[in-house]
Design a protein around this ligand. Structure first.
Ligand SMILES: Nc1ncnc2c1ncn2[C@@H]1O[C@H](COP(=O)(O)OP(=O)(O)OP(=O)(O)O)[C@@H](O)[C@H]1O
Ligand SMILES: [Mg+2]
Length: 456
């Protein structure tokens, strides 16, 4: 039941390849990358075992420990992007114990299945995009030339010719702005209303509200003809035809399989629900209660979703937290046992900053260069200028709160503030960021403790 995808399947990637992929975006943190890549590989290895043994091998869940802004979330986000695995990122602090208003912990599994559904639906639609395109074209042609009905042979040829000339025009885009009238949208039976009724989970208020919103939205809008441009019609019809080619049962089957076997749930801020309840903002909702609710999901349980029951036994959980105040050992013992792998991410140095500024595929200096290019300004960073920026970021992190690589964003913003404001006047010019430029913009602010607390 595998679908073709242009992404290299995570299944085929060995740990060193996964690490190499991560290296493109995350600087340093080698230990964390290695641990995660091994955990991911182990799931693939498990799938190659005989089925009776497979069930006995559980994922090795991971806790990433490290100060703020050093790449914990970034690693998880990249893992998700480079793999075909359904992925959700949730914040432990968003959950409340069963019975209290707020998100119930099971919603993370529903969200994961939702992500898988969206992912698989997209792949299925893509794999039949040619068919869809063809059907859309025929439907638009039907609408453009509705009154020609073939009767005898000669007429038929004429109709065919007309249709083909229209097809050529249509493909050339010449008819894009022409208005046509679409028949009322073909709505599928069932739909959201029924999903809401059968979704027996009262906790997820947000989800219920959204569904209600769309029910009323639908009631308010009775189906009627829509007058739209050909260009717009193409989009609408594409969506309708996509819906038709995607086999819903197969979609759900594949998504369910992928969720259960390959799904990854990233639980951020896990440290905030560890430890004693003393500083909890709401005395009613105990942190330990949330941990106890999360436990069965991590241990393996069945969760009801509107697409059916999901078994969570083999979902991989990656938790992350700064653990400044609490420690992993402050988590309830059962939960600790379910997260056997611990990796520490290190605080970032000036050398790391230097690389983070320039190396990642989406490095922030590259982003600013592109932004300035749109104004006709050639923005360049001299290596010494980069070094100076990295040193300043490190210095400010040491003097004030250490916010890791996030400091680079505030510094860069301050550095380029004036340039960003007057870029339009510099059209055609080259601006080089040298150490002198950096100092002229930042030195005073860095020196003034009061000022840099607010600005950098
Ligand atoms: N090692 C790194 N290499 C490249 N970029 C990094 C690195 N660490 C952090 N960043 C960048 O800094 C920003 C913050 O990082 P991230 O969201 O991963 O922090 P975090 O470790 O999850 O922190 P928190 O504990 O506050 O959630 C991101 O934009 C990320 O791209
Ligand atoms: Mg984070």
């Amino acid at each position: 039941m595998e679908l073709i995808s242009n992404k290299k399947n995570l299944d085929d990637m060995v740990p060193s390849e996964i690490v190499r992929e991560l290296d493109k975006f995350v600087i340093g943190q080698t230990k964390a990358k290695r641990t995660i890549s091994v955990a991911l590989r182990n799931r693939t290895r498990r799938k190659r075992l005989p089925e009776d043994i497979q069930d006995e091998v559980f994922p090795k869940n991971i806790i990433m420990i490290g100060p703020t802004g050093v790449g914990k979330t970034e690693i998880a986000r990249r893992i998700a992007r480079l793999s075909n695995a359904p992925f959700v990122k949730v914040e432990a602090t968003k959950y409340t114990e069963v019975g209290y208003v707020g998100r119930d912990v099971e919603s993370m599994v529903r969200d994961l299945m939702g992500a898988a559904i969206a992912q698989v639906r997209k792949e299925m639609a893509e794999s039949s995009s040619e068919l869809v395109e063809k059907r859309v074209e025929e439907r638009i042609l039907d609408l453009l030339i509705p009154n020609l009905k073939p009767q005898d042979g000669a007429f038929e040829t004429k109709v065919e010719n007309t249709r083909e000339s229209y097809r050529i025009l249509l493909r050339s885009g010449a008819l894009d702005d022409k208005e046509i009238e679409l028949p009322p949208a073909q709505r599928k039976p069932g739909g959201i209303g029924i999903e809401l009724m059968t979704n027996g989970n009262p906790g997820d208020i947000q989800e219920a509200m959204n569904s209600l919103g769309s029910i009323f939205g639908n009631l308010n809008r009775p189906p009627r003809k829509r007058k739209v441009t050909v260009k717009h019609a193409r989009e609408i019809l594409e969506e309708e035809e996509n819906e038709k080619v995607v086999d819903q049962d197969k979609l759900i089957d594949i998504a369910k399989d992928r969720t259960e076997q390959m799904g990854i749930i990233f639980i951020d801020e896990i440290d905030k629900i560890a430890g004693a309840n003393t500083s909890s903002s709401s005395p009613d909702v105990s942190r330990e209660g949330v941990q106890r609710d999360i436990l069965p999901i991590v241990e393996g349980t069945k969760v009801n979703t509107k697409w059916g029951v999901i078994d969570t036994s083999h979902i991989l959980f990656i938790a992350a937290g700064a653990f400044h105040v609490s420690k992993p050992s402050d988590l309830i013992p059962e939960l600790q046992g379910r997260f056997p792998l611990r990796v520490e991410l290190s605080a970032l140095t000036a050398d790391d900053f230097e690389r983070i500024l320039t190396e990642p595929a989406n490095a922030i200096t590259k982003q600013y260069r592109e932004l300035m290019k749109t104004e006709g300004v050639d923005l360049q960073f001299s290596p010494a200028g980069i070094r100076r920026l990295a040193e300043i970021a490190y210095e400010v992190n040491t003097m004030n709160e250490n916010i890791g690589a996030r400091r680079l964003y505030t510094i860069m913003e301050t550095l380029l503030e004036e340039l960003a404001f007057s870029a339009d006047e510099l059209n055609g010019q080259t601006v080089v960021i040298t150490p002198e430029y950096v100092d002229s913009r930042l030195a005073d602010i860095v020196r003034d403790q009061d000022l840099n607390q607010y600005i950098l």
